[in-house]
Structure formats: structure tokens, C-alpha cells
Design a protein around this ligand. Structure first.
Ligand SMILES: Cc1cc2nc3c(=O)[nH]c(=O)nc-3n(C[C@H](O)[C@H](O)[C@H](O)COP(=O)(O)OP(=O)(O)OC[C@H]3O[C@@H](n4cnc5c(N)ncnc54)[C@H](O)[C@@H]3O)c2cc1C
Length: 422
């Protein structure tokens, strides 16, 4: 692997051949996550494609000239010409491999694949998921000198990493940007001596055999597995929903209601959480419209009684969202009336969605631990699941309150319980 400067760029990159260049920075978690994957790719494809690195902080002008504005960024060149694809952030090995395969012939791809060596790694504990639950477990296990690996298809942090401001995590007087908390916890986990496999593809998981295959290449065998894969809000299958998540569409009133003082808010959902969260939001907002598909709300009597006395709340039954747009700082939501099929647009300062959460279990294989009726994993007080030596922590487990503090508590309990057994 060669490191070049701006002065060498013309000679090394633009004179021809197939080249991939990694613009990296120091103190950059995604750059560290990419480095071993880039090295592995260089070893595999090195005879056909040249792999180069450029230290962005010392070659700023070149980076700017090439439109590189974040680290790491991968640029691909063929015969002196920059290819239209650019990769940055938490880059997965499979994404790079696909692009490299496109740059060479099918025969060359076959020959490279046949040279790919499978790796087997042995650990005491493998943690699936690097949100606050997984990171807390990792910190405790690392400090207890238990050989641990934390695996995540994204970068460490989970929901915390994408939360705008976290004001209720103890230890910080000022609200912290979620990505900073994620950074602190990730660095603390690393310094405790655990191994990280982040921005990877989870090829397969076998909870019974305690085997996890990542990037179709590395088999991780562990004595114990901790599931900390969290949840995802159920999708509304509406236009703009994905793009505006965290930028006008929120899924957590405790976290975000305080940003809507004297403003108008739409709440989507009809169950207990929609009603209870809407009531909570009225402490801040001047108006809360609860929009739901059915004729009546499905919350319990006591919540409905409190709601009936709250004059900030308006109920809008029989509507389902079809699209979200952000215009001039406001959210515009297109709804369809399920009875008349007519569409109407409501405008508000923010939208909160409480239509339920789904446990992230899709990649966990076929032998899953026992779950409750909502698909959350059932654990005992040590966070053990129904599968021997498999633990579950954080939002994925059956519990009432889902916060960073409760996730961290679950991670602590699982790690301490494991430490006693190892
Ligand atoms: C928008 C929003 C704002 C919030 N704000 C706050 C707040 O201000 N304060 C607060 O206390 N709580 C807040 N919460 C709640 C809090 O973020 C969660 O309770 C907490 O993050 C749960 O932690 P976790 O580790 O269980 O799961 P997550 O944070 O969801 O992390 C799960 C991790 O698992 C990874 N993963 C998924 N599938 C797999 C797989 N198959 N294999 C390996 N890894 C996998 C994911 O990439 C992710 O990194 C907020 C939640 C949301 C949605």
C-alpha cells in the first residue's frame, strides 16, 4: 500500500491504469474502520488495481479540487479518468468489492475470488450491535480482560449517534450532540481493549453454534453472544419518510418535544404510546394533532380520560400519511382519507411517529430466542435469553422504557453476569 502526496498524484493516478485512492484523516473513526478493509482489498486486487492513500489534512488543496469534503473518501480512476462513483463515511467492504469487480474482467474476478482465504477468529464474547447497550457491555467486558469483539453493520453509536441533542444522559451539564456521546463511548470501548468489526456485512449468524460470518470472509466463533441490535421504527411506507428521519420526523417525545415550545406538532399513531407521548408533547407545543387510521384511538381508558381534558389536542381519525416534505422550515404531510380516498396536506413544525417499533432480528438467523407478542426478546434479570450463552440487551428486549440510560444499564448487567462466569 503506497501513501502519496499531491505532488505525486499526477504521476501515480492520472498517467493511466486502474487506481483507487483513499483520502483519510487522523482521529477519524470511519477511517480507522476502513483501513483494514482497504488493506485486505489491496492484497486481493493489488495485481490488477493500484491502491493508494492520501492524508487529507496535508493535501487539502488536492482534496478540494477533487471534491473530497469528508473522510474517508474513496475515489476510483480508470485510465486517468475519475469514475463517477464516490464512497465516503461508513464504507462497507461489499460496496468496495462490487466497484472493484466492475473495473476488471469477469475472468479476473473469478480468479481473485478463488484466492480469497477464509479467516476464523476465536473470542470469549461477540457483541452484535454497537449502540449504547453494546458499547456499555463492551467497555465492562474489555476492562474485565474478557476477549471481546463488537460487530456492527454501521458505525458505533446506534440511535444515539443520529440523535440531534441528548440532554438527559447523566454526566453532562449541557445537552450533547448524539454523535459526540457515540464518539466518547466508542473510544472508551476501544481503549478497554476490545476488537471492533464495524461497517461490515453480516453474512450469517448462528446463535446456537455461536458463529457469526462477516463480509463472507471471516468466521467469528465465540463462547457467548450478546444481541444488542436495537429496534427500528415501523415504516409508514410514505414518500420522504427516510430522508426526513431526525430532520422533522421524530420517534422520541422525551428526546425532542422540548424543541417545539409554542409550536404546532402532528403525532401519527393511535395506541398507548401515541396518546401518552402526545400528552407529554403538549407540555411544550401549543397544538398537537393526533392523526390515525382507525375510527377511535386504541389507548387505555385512563390515558383517554386525561386526553379528553387536554384542549391542546385535536383528533383526526381515518387518515394515513402518504408523503413528507420540508418547506421553509415547516413539515408538510400529505394524508389520505381512508374512507373517501381524498388527499389533504397538513402543515406543522414537527412530526412525531408512534406506530410501533420492530426488533432488528432479520439478520440473526433462524434459531431465535423466545420473544414476546411484539417480537422483543425475553430475558431474565441477568439478560440471558432462552438460548444458552446468548444474552440480549437494550431496545431489542422486552421492557417498558427504552432510553440510552436503560440500554447502558442492560449492557452493564449482561457484562457483569458474563464476567462472573468466565
Ligand atoms: C430519534 C431518536 C432520538 C432519541 N433520543 C434519545 C435521547 O435524547 N435520550 C435517550 O436517553 N434516548 C433517546 N432515544 C432512545 C435511545 O436512542 C435508544 O433507547 C438507545 O439507542 C437503544 O440502544 P441500543 O444499543 O439498544 O440500540 P440502538 O441504539 O438501536 O443500536 C443498535 C445497533 O445495532 C446495530 N445492528 C442492527 N442490526 C444488527 C445486526 N444484525 N448485527 C449487528 N449489529 C446490528 C445497529 O447498526 C446499531 O448500531 C432516541 C431514540 C430515537 C429513535
Amino acid at each position: 500500500m503506497k501513501e502519496i502526496t499531491s505532488a505525486e498524484f499526477e504521476q501515480e493516478v492520472l498517467q493511466g491504469g486502474k487506481v483507487v485512492v483513499d483520502f483519510y484523516s487522523s482521529e477519524c473513526a470511519p477511517c480507522e474502520a476502513l483501513a483494514p478493509k482497504f488493506d485486505a482489498m489491496a492484497e486481493l486486487y493489488g495485481e490488477k488495481i493500484k491502491f493508494l492513500k492520501v492524508f487529507r489534512q496535508q493535501n487539502r488543496e488536492l482534496a478540494t479540487e477533487l471534491g473530497v469534503s469528508s473522510s474517508p473518501t474513496l475515489l476510483f480512476f480508470d485510465n486517468g479518468k475519475k469514475l463517477p462513483i464516490t464512497m465516503s463515511g461508513g464504507i462497507r467492504k461489499s460496496e468496495i468489492q462490487k466497484q472493484l469487480d466492475d473495473m476488471i474482467t469477469a475472468e479476473e474476478v473469478l480468479s481473485i475470488k478463488s484466492n480469497q482465504k477464509q479467516i476464523v477468529s476465536e473470542y470469549d464474547v461477540a457483541i452484535l450491535g454497537g449502540g449504547p447497550a453494546g458499547l456499555a457491555a463492551a467497555i465492562y467486558l474489555g476492562q474485565a480482560l474478557i476477549k471481546t469483539v463488537l460487530i456492527d453493520p454501521a458505525l458505533p453509536g446506534g440511535y444515539m449517534g443520529i440523535t440531534h441533542q441528548v440532554s438527559n444522559y447523566p454526566g453532562f451539564i449541557e445537552a450533547q450532540p448524539g454523535f459526540m456521546l457515540a464518539h466518547y463511548m466508542g473510544e472508551q470501548a476501544k481503549s478497554s481493549g476490545i476488537d471492533l468489526r464495524v461497517a461490515v456485512d453480516i453474512t450469517s449468524v448462528n446463535l446456537t453454534k455461536k458463529e457469526i460470518v462477516i463480509d463472507q470472509l471471516e468466521t467469528i466463533r465465540a463462547k457467548k453472544i450478546i444481541i444488542a441490535t436495537g429496534t427500528s421504527p415501523k415504516s409508514m411506507n410514505a414518500k420522504g419518510e427516510k430522508e426526513l428521519k431526525g430532520k422533522g420526523i421524530s420517534y422520541c417525545a422525551t428526546c425532542d418535544a422540548k424543541y417545539y415550545v409554542d409550536q404546532e406538532v402532528i403525532v401519527i399513531g393511535s395506541g398507548n404510546s401515541a396518546v401518552e407521548e402526545a400528552l407529554y408533547i403538549t407540555k411544550f407545543a401549543s397544538k398537537v394533532k393526533i392523526v390515525f387510521r382507525s375510527e377511535k384511538l386504541k389507548a387505555n381508558e385512563s390515558a383517554l380520560n386525561i386526553l379528553a381534558k387536554n384542549d391542546k389536542i385535536e383528533l383526526i381519525p381515518f387518515y394515513e400519511p402518504r408523503g413528507f416534505e420540508r418547506k421553509n422550515g415547516k413539515m408538510e404531510v400529505e394524508f389520505e382519507n381512508l374512507q373517501t380516498k381524498q388527499r389533504t396536506t397538513l402543515t406543522a413544525d414537527g412530526v412525531f411517529v408512534f406506530i410501533g417499533l420492530e426488533a432488528n432480528i432479520a439478520d440473526l438467523g433462524i434459531n431465535l430466542p423466545a420473544m414476546n407478542e411484539w417480537g422483543s426478546i425475553i430475558t431474565d434479570e441477568d439478560m440471558k435469553t432462552s438460548i444458552p450463552d446468548v444474552y440480549a440487551i437494550g431496545d431489542i428486549i422486552s421492557k417498558k422504557y427504552r432510553q440510552i440510560t436503560t440500554a447502558v444499564a442492560d449492557g452493564t448487567i449482561a457484562a457483569m453476569s458474563i464476567s462472573l462466569e468466565m
